[in-house]
Write a protein that binds this ligand. Structure first.
Ligand code: URA
Length: 425
């Protein structure tokens, strides 16, 4: 009886693998009602799960749908980020890994609330298709080596339906549920190795290093136990990643990095992620060798060429730069050092300008956004540009005021913040 399974979890006892599988199968078939599954999610949120239970939940969600085919013997690699502000690493990493000889079947998401979505950013490229048929996806992977697509209904439908319930029952922030949700989609993509970038800080899902570490360790244990070698990094999200927050402006910044330039921290996080994956995938003997290969691929145009091929194969027409709304420069009201850049607040400004979604069916304006000129610890002089707001016509003074409040300048010396906090294992 389903109520017996719910009572077991309510009383913080352990469910067997068969019990968890029957629950997910019943849910996908329609025999387990949404209210029963919501009760299950809440019991897990409160009482947690053992790793064995989380592995069983992950496997049942993978088996609720289809898995990607494999047509080549290139190592299949991917990275998943837990989401942050200005995080455009996937756009650069997928073609870079493909240029290094890997296959990257990246399933990405859309933005909601203050977090941006890789799919929304890519859709700011005219014609770019994120929904590919299985046959087309296979072709793109074979020819280009990388594709970035949405999770269609055939991939882990158990997770898709459970996630929709978690979203409205205050059960998103459960480490076992997040672990099973992320890994089920990655296992369905039949990867050989996975890197998780757990963002930590004010602009992230996980605000403390302790929470982020628990999630990283859970993903590594359950991923590895499920046959997918999984590594993780913890990276700082107390300030936006790189310069741009938005959609088209984030693609432009990614093009800068693919062209061998761009902000140091975006290039560094891309290289640090890619080098771990190349070693995991057997494409490099150690991270130093991986880094020298990857640096060359960014600097000699190979990664850019792969990005162009991927965009073309997914129907996109890539101009040299994507057009943005009118630019309005915001200047420093006083000299000093940048002490804080409130990532969440800046992302909220972009979202209300139309660059993000408040509701799932909102349509995004890809041309609006914000660029921040400087990082925590940067010295600025009065009148120097600290941000650029992209909005057509006269800029809204309320947004400019909010940008000033979000970028705090102080007279005293402020330390730069480290970007990479931890690497596992
Ligand atoms: N991303 C996912 O795919 N699932 C979660 O549960 C949380 C973040």
């Amino acid at each position: 009886m389903i109520t017996d399974l719910l009572a077991t979890k309510r009383d913080a006892a352990e469910l067997s693998g068969e019990e968890i599988r029957s629950l997910i199968e019943g849910f996908v078939r329609g025999d387990v009602a949404d209210y029963q599954m919501s009760a299950f999610a809440m019991a897990v949120r409160i009482n947690g799960m053992t790793d064995a239970e989380t592995s069983a939940l992950t496997a049942a969600m993978v088996d609720s749908g289809d898995c990607f085919d494999r047509l080549t013997d290139r190592p299949r690699l991917d990275k998943h980020s837990t989401g942050g502000v200005g995080d455009k690493i996937s756009l650069i990493l997928a073609p870079l890994l493909a240029a290094a000889g890997a296959e990257v079947p990246m399933i990405s998401g859309r933005g909601l609330g203050h977090t941006g979505g890789t799919l929304d950013k890519l859709e700011s490229i005219p014609g770019f298709q994120i929904d590919l048929s299985a046959a087309r996806r296979n072709e793109v992977l074979k020819q280009v080596g990388a594709c970035i697509v949405g999770a269609d209904a055939s991939i882990a439908p158990g997770d898709r339906r459970l996630y929709a319930l978690r979203d409205v029952t205050a059960t998103i922030d459960s480490i076992p549920l997040i672990t099973a949700s992320i890994l089920s989609k990655k296992l369905a993509a039949t990867l050989d190795a996975l890197l998780i970038d757990v963002k930590v800080g004010r602009g992230a899902f996980m605000t403390s290093v302790e929470q982020a570490e628990s999630l990283a360790r859970s993903l590594i244990r359950v991923g590895t136990d499920s046959g997918l070698p999984t590594a993780a990094i913890l990276s700082d999200m107390n300030q936006p990643l790189g310069r741009s927050i938005g959609n088209a402006n984030e693609v432009n910044e990614s093009l800068d990095v693919l062209d061998g330039g761009g902000p140091d921290e975006v290039r560094e996080l891309t290289l640090a992620s890619a080098e771990i994956l190349l070693v995991q995938g057997g494409l490099a003997t150690d991270v130093d060798q991986a880094r020298s290969v990857l640096t060359r691929l960014l600097d000699d145009g190979s990664a850019m060429e792969k990005f162009q091929q991927m965009v073309h194969a997914q129907g996109g027409r890539l101009p040299e730069r994507l057009a943005l709304a009118d630019a309005h420069v915001i200047t420093a009201p006083e000299s000093g050092t940048i002490a804080q850049i409130d990532a969440i607040e800046l992302a909220r400004i972009v979202a209300v300008m139309g660059g993000g979604r408040q509701k799932v069916d909102d349509v995004i304006d890809a041309t609006v956004g914000l660029d921040v000129h400087g990082r925590v610890g940067s010295r600025v002089e009065t009148g120097q540009p600290i941000a650029t707001l992209y909005q057509d016509g006269e800029p809204d003074v309320r947004y400019i005021q909010r940008v000033h409040e979000a970028i705090v300048i102080r007279q005293q010396q402020v330390e730069k913040r480290p970007l990479l906090i931890r690497r596992y294992p």
